[in-house]
Design a protein around this ligand. Sequence first.
Ligand code: ATP
Ligand code: RIB
Length: 296
Amino acid sequence: MIYVLGSINADLVLYSDRFPESGETLVGNDFLLNQGGKGANQAIAAKKAGGETVFIGRTGDDYFGEFVLRNLTENGVKLHVKKEKGTFTGIAMINVNSKGENKIVIIHGANGFVNGEELSFLKERLTEKDILMLQGEIDAKILKSAAKTAREKNAVVIFDPAPVNGALKGVIPYANFITPNEVEIMSLTDGAGTEKLLEMGAENIIEKRGSKGVNYIGKNERFEMPAFEVNAIDTTGAGDTFNGAFAAALSEGKTIKESVLFASAAAAISVTRKGAAASFPKREEIDEFLRKVTVK
Ligand code: ATP
Ligand code: RIB
């Protein structure tokens, strides 16, 4: 089983040719209301890529909460989600320009209430056969405890330190895989880079490099994998697709390299479509994509 402890947001996505300047009001060209949040996104990406997934988190007691949970359920993700009375569901305000680049502001809302209750749920269930996926959108102390518990049970921990903050450093020694982008690596290591991340206890670093692909650094192996060439229109959630598909592949017993290839294909497909979770590919699409590129 793949357990995902993390955030769930309502994504308010505004598309415009360019980003507005400070103080400018810009007329955009499209709007989408999507389920988002790095935790929920990764749970859906993993499920669509073929994994059995449980999402653990909180929503507010509001319309957005019902909306986002419906999407998870419709995608076959099992839920352990509490409705937090008197607060709102996490929100992401996302602006996407014509190059597919984004700027995002998130408000944690109910995600900030994830606490020991969720940890107890995990503690009772995690076994050595399971994977635990974590990201940086819930409290770092909870993340650290969850990762510690998972390691005690010999479950595999995949940690995405995004959005980055200094408190996330404490999770690094408990993660089997850490999946930062370059900005996150620099922030976590105070500018020192991946070797420092290894010194800080990272076991396997999967550096996500956008259209440049992936740089993998493990104790016994290192490799670079270029990204697939596609026409990117919206990269929101590319990292989440990657992580979800990577977890699904690992849970099937694929090697790290095979899992990175599978995840890169899933992420490449996702950037050709608008939105985060709505853009994640199904297993058949990933297999088909990989069949086509292998044949070439
Ligand atoms: P985000 O937080 O915006 O979801 P991230 O920084 O965690 O993203 P990225 O490096 O942007 O993650 O993307 C993850 C992976 O998705 C990349 O390593 C690559 O394999 C794939 N990818 C991203 N952008 C592109 C692109 N333009 N073309 C092809 N593949 C891409
Ligand atoms: O990684 C993309 C996600 O980050 C969006 O869905 C948004 O909700 C933010 O959490």
